[in-house]
Design a protein around this ligand. Structure first.
Ligand SMILES: Cc1cc2nc3c(=O)[nH]c(=O)nc-3n(C[C@H](O)[C@H](O)[C@H](O)COP(=O)(O)OP(=O)(O)OC[C@H]3O[C@@H](n4cnc5c(N)ncnc54)[C@H](O)[C@@H]3O)c2cc1C
Ligand code: HEM
Length: 410
């Protein structure tokens, strides 16, 4: 990929103003979103309103622009981060024509917050830098759009699917089996990838887009997603899309989804032992990986460790227990935070409380494995810390956030 070259003066201005912008980051980005959604309300069909309210998305986008600006003269260092974001953008339908809108409003917000300190020279330099960064995203995303549309069974944008089965997996998790309405074929995917669902809900002014990991293996005639119902608590409203899917969507209904995306994928070219760690509904990508390992790499050593509150929340237990019992080299362990009286009697778990390093060390031979984990943020932080403490190298630690990517520092 070739990127436009900025002159050294522009680069100097950018690098010297990154700290100033980062310092005013939250003010600039909240002003940016305010102005952008006022002038372009159609973008509210794409952005997650709840992430907006919680400020998570503001931070993610702004931090990336500043990080990219810091490396404006060596953008190749941020390519891995760009790829991950580009997967999300492609899955959501972010297009080249959206970039100038974001750029224009970012500059307006910088000017608005910094006032006279934002001279024309500074604004022009940031305009140029944004253009260079946006071009990198646009070209990576264009390649991803082409690949998704041209692969066998692939498609562009949203495609209609029929819900052929809706299956309750636990008190809080329900699976949806999806088949293309056009009767056409279905593109393959890599275990760990996700799709985006477009929820069109009565009396809602905008569509709501959410990602769901594919919870079954590639190569079936359907895609399966498994969704946790996010209940409201006190002043906190219930989750919009998960409740829509649980309560308003039935077998025979149509759902629009985009083609599989994401770079949290099982590395099948490796033959090292694999450890899959999940908390709650974070088990969805792990089941896809586990089932794929069982069928495609039957001799590989695999340990699956799942943490749930107790058996009433725990989905897929029978499915996983059956698969692991059929393969000598697949091991399965369960940890319950608060086992029920029935759980205690049935002894259907191996650990009470949370997954911790001493327990992991007692069930795993050593740390020489590829580790994959996914779950609620506190769970992810605990797993990351445990693996770091056990000296597992970064390149063997893989994880997925079920929301905007955040920090795993404790
Ligand atoms: C790559 C990826 C894969 C994913 N895979 C899965 C999967 O396989 N299964 C799955 O179930 N989920 C998955 N998710 C999460 C999923 O995309 C949704 O985020 C989830 O279903 C919640 O969406 P919602 O619309 O129901 O909740 P939202 O309406 O988006 O609300 C999110 C949460 O915030 C709470 N909330 C709402 N308003 C406020 C407020 N004002 N203040 C504080 N809290 C508030 C809600 O109660 C809810 O718990 C994945 C996410 C990603 C990014
Ligand atoms: C160079 C410009 C941009 C940068 C650096 C950027 C960066 C990011 C980052 C870091 C995330 C979070 C990814 C994650 O952790 O999952 C994200 C998500 C997202 N981006 Fe961008 N982005 C840019 C341009 C755009 C444009 C042009 C649009 C469309 C108008 C857009 C729409 C979104 C949406 C809708 C999300 C998902 C967030 C949500 O849940 O609401 N982005 N982007």
């Amino acid at each position: 990929m070739t990127t436009k070259v900025l002159d050294s003066k522009t680069i100097d201005i950018i690098k010297s103003t990154v700290p100033v912008l980062a310092e005013h980051g939250p003010a600039i980005t909240s002003r940016f979103y305010q102005m952008m959604f006022t002038n372009h309300p159609e973008l509210l069909h794409i952005f997650n309103h709840v992430n907006q309210k919680q400020g998570k998305q503001q931070q993610a986008l702004a931090n990336t622009v500043y990080a990219a600006a810091q490396y404006i003269d060596q953008l190749e260092t941020i390519f891995p981060a760009v790829k991950q974001i580009a997967h999300k953008h492609r899955s959501l339908g972010v297009k080249a024509e959206h970039y100038p809108i974001v750029g224009e409003h970012l500059l307006l917000a910088i000017k608005d917050v910094l006032g006279d300190a934002a001279t024309d020279e500074i604004i022009n330099a940031w305009g140029e830098a944004y253009g260079v960064i946006a071009d990198v995203f646009i070209s990576v995303e264009q390649e991803m759009y082409n690949e998704a549309a041209t692969k066998p069974g692939g498609w562009e944008g949203f495609r209609e699917f029929i819900i052929t089965n809706k299956v309750k997996e636990s008190d809080v998790i329900t699976s949806f089996y999806l088949k293309p309405k056009d009767g056409g074929s279905l593109s393959n995917f890599q275990p760990g990838q996700y799709i985006t669902v477009k929820a069109i809900i009565d009396r809602e002014a905008y569509t709501h887009l959410r990602q769901y990991s594919l919870s079954d293996v590639p190569g079936e005639e359907y895609y399966r997603i498994s969704v946790k119902r996010e209940d409201g608590k006190g002043d906190i409203p219930a989750g919009i899309v998960s409740n829509f899917l649980h309560h308003q969507v039935s077998e025979g209904d149509t759902l629009e989804i985009t083609a599989p995306a994401g770079d949290f994928v099982l590395q099948t070219h490796e033959n090292r032992p694999v450890v899959l760690l999940s908390g709650g509904v974070g088990q969805t990508p792990m089941i896809s990986m586990l089932k794929t390992l069982a069928s495609q790499q039957p001799t590989r050593d695999v340990t699956y460790v799942h943490a749930a509150i107790n058996s009433t929340y725990h989905a897929f237990h029978e499915e996983i227990a059956r698969i692991t019992s059929e393969h000598e080299n697949l091991n399965y362990f369960v940890s319950y935070e608060s086992p029920t009286a029935e759980d205690q009697q049935a002894k259907n778990y191996q650990k009470e409380g949370h997954i911790d390093l001493p327990w992991l060390q007692s069930i795993l031979k050593n740390n020489k494995a590829d580790f994959y984990f996914c779950g609620p943020v506190p769970f992810m932080k605990a797993m990351n810390q445990a693996l770091k403490e056990w000296n597992v190298p970064d390149e063997r630690i893989h994880f997925e956030f079920f929301g905007p990517k955040g920090s795993l520092e404790v």
